[in-house]
Design a protein around this ligand. Sequence first.
Ligand SMILES: [Zn+2]
Length: 221
Amino acid sequence: MIKTREDIFEHNREWAEQQLQNDPHFFDNLAASQNPDYLYIGCSDSRVTAEEMMGMQPGDVFVHRNIANMVNPLDINAASVVGYAVDYLRVKHIVVCGHYNCGGIKAAMQPRDYGALNPWLRNVRDIYRLHREELDAIEDETARYDRLVEINVQEQCVNIIKMAEVQKRYIHEHYPTVHGWVFDIRTGRLKDLQIDFEQILHNIQKIYDLTDGQWEVSVPR
Ligand SMILES: [Zn+2]
């Protein structure tokens, strides 16, 4: 296990040498440009490493992480990341990936003062309130906690679909598509929540259409 800063630099030297042994042009190609197909929005949790669990290499995925993988419309950081990924990198897929045992989600489930974290956690608490009926019907606390992790991912996917850049790119190019995943920290497996992008687009179109009526989503099912 890497423990000291010296260890980190030693590991980095070995890693860079290994990459060059595998491909002498590896860093030349990296330095030239990036052309990732994926934008990944995940939790800052140290146990959930975006590239490693997906088997991605440098250059494969544009990454944004924060506590509880939120996409809040007032967060200029997340908005800039999504805007840049969609308008300039032209990513084909946007993934919101939550994880079970998420400290941010757990904290939001406790009616308690968390100081500077309160405004951030309130976004999750608002989601709890929106889905209170379903969540409160789940008696087992761990199952309820797991379900809030999933619902939070779903709501963040909806937040992405509400964004003008995403809608406009999608109606012109039919991408990006938005995916909701959960990393099960207890098994190491990724779970696809099978979020129905077209259906969500259709359901929220009346309220959130920012495309001057150009947005025509296929017939509801
Ligand atoms: Zn987390």
